[in-house]
Write a protein of this length. Structure first.
Ligand code: TYM
Length: 426
């Protein structure tokens, strides 16, 4: 199914009507991700990512920490394997309390992983894959349990007005199940992974949701999320629902009712506001603050700073795209850092900093030496844009094809196993 009802920005994030003009200003001023070099403000919120993001500045403004080479080396030492390509290349670039979590892990203290998806459409795009691929890697490297939240409630409450009226809640619930098929296909361990949709698991989250709501004032929520008086009241209460899974007692069947197991949350940095609130409340609840690992954004085909719409299929690669569609989209729409003519290109070389095909390779071409060879050939003018795109097309087609095959094996029965409320292997 590829009912892409959401509208995406250049960074593949949903633009939501929940932020009206004045709220956007509030959010932008509070969560401003730093002006880019040309001075335009970039916006990073859970509902909107636009403009060219200055990630170093974002770390300063959000108050997180850069992932150092030393931390990457520590990952390698602890897991006994080369660090994931997303860590090696700085795609996961920022963290909160990761050092502390690893210190405790070294001393034998367990942790669990928590991540999620807001099912606003039936198909995931390549950007959504980033945190899930990384979470799956962490699960297999550390052999830890993982919980995955599908916020069908969030997408219902925050949906922007659309022609034909709002989608019924049941559609978001269906999208959630469809998205779960894609998530399972990434390779999560069935013995260690629990997937839940808020609408069906809420009773188990509710005790923690209530604690969080009681400890968070309306002013704090407004400050963090930019809510206004005209937003529906469901939006105001929702952040507590995304916060609750960061506390292990939300999963009594896995960790026990009074448990306080440490939690690590991999996500793109747009989700950080939810977890700043969570961390604040954790201290008041006498619980461990969740640790976080933040990724950069996988850019839209048209490049950073452009806006793309999912109703315009050509603007992103979706996991249900055919080989032919992938080829057409990359060839026609991937913003190129190549020069106007072959002669000029040979003389000046391509610009890898703005070239979308090259950017995509930095995410999905594992081989460091091959990536370096491509970078050097392209920027020296030896490699033309068409050749660069051809390499990317082959890689993406293979990835999406393999994903499709794995997804076909995710039957309803397999899916039900992941959704079953049960004990996990610890
Ligand atoms: P959602 O559905 O917007 O996105 C799902 C996950 O994908 C990340 N993401 C991206 N990463 C890289 N490049 C992109 N272009 C890109 N677009 C999206 C998001 O950061 C997210 O990690 N409210 C959440 C669902 C959620 C959640 C969580 C996410 C519930 N609990 C815990 C992370 C951790 C949402 O709507 O995600």
């Amino acid at each position: 199914m590829s009912s892409n009802t959401e509208e995406l920005t250049s960074n593949g994030k949903t633009m939501s009507s929940c932020i009206n003009k004045s709220a956007t200003t509030t959010v932008t001023s509070e969560l401003e991700s730093g002006n880019n070099k040309s001075g335009e403000p970039a916006t990073v919120t859970p509902w909107e990512v636009s403009g060219k993001v200055d990630y170093a500045k974002l770390i300063e403004q959000f108050g997180s920490r850069a992932i150092s080479q030393e931390l990457v080396a520590r990952f390698e030492a602890l897991t006994g394997q080369q660090a994931h390509v997303f860590l090696r290349r700085g795609i996961f670039f920022s963290h909160r309390d990761l050092k502390e979590l690893l210190d405790k892990y070294e001393k034998g203290e367990e942790f669990y992983l928590y991540t999620g998806r807001g099912p606003s459409s039936g198909a995931l795009h390549m950007g959504h894959l980033v945190p899930f691929i990384f979470t799956q890697y962490l699960q297999s490297a550390f052999k830890v349990p993982c919980v995955i939240q599908l916020t069908d409630d969030e997408k219902f409450l925050f949906a922007k007005p659309r022609k034909g009226g709002p989608l019924p809640l049941s559609e978001y619930m269906k999208f959630g199940r469809e998205n779960a098929r894609d998530i399972v296909a990434i390779g999560f361990d069935p013995e260690r992974t629990f997937i839940f949709a808020d609408t069906s698991y809420i009773q188990h989250l509710y005790p923690n949701v209530l604690q969080i709501q009681r400890l968070t004032t309306y002013n704090q929520a407004k400050g963090i999320f930019g809510f206004t008086d005209s937003d529906n009241i469901g939006k105001h209460g929702f952040p507590a629902v995304q916060a609750a899974p960061a506390f292990s007692s939300s999963f009594p069947q896995i960790f026990g009712i009074d448990s306080n197991v440490r939690c690590l949350i991999p996500c793109a940095i747009d989700q950080d506001p939810y977890f700043r609130m969570t961390r604040d409340v954790a201290s008041k609840m006498g619980r461990h603050k969740p640790a976080l690992l933040h990724s950069k954004f996988f850019p839209a085909l048209q490049g950073e700073g452009t806006k793309m719409s999912a109703s315009v299929q050509e603007s992103a690669i979706f996991l249900d795209d055919t080989d032919k569609k992938i080829k057409t989209k990359i060839n026609k729409y991937a913003f190129s850092g190549g020069r106007a003519t072959v002669e000029e290109h040979r003389e000046l070389g391509g610009d890898c900093d703005i070239d979308v095909a090259y950017k995509y390779l930095t995410f999905f071409l594992d081989d460091d030496e091959e990536l370096e060879r491509i970078r050097s050939e392209y920027s020296s003018g030896n490699m033309l844009t068409g050749e660069l795109k051809k390499i990317l097309i082959t890689i993406l087609q293979k990835m999406v094809r393999e994903h499709r095959e794995k997804k076909e094996a995710v039957t309803d029965e397999v899916l039900d196993q992941f959704f079953a409320i049960r004990k996990l292997k610890l």
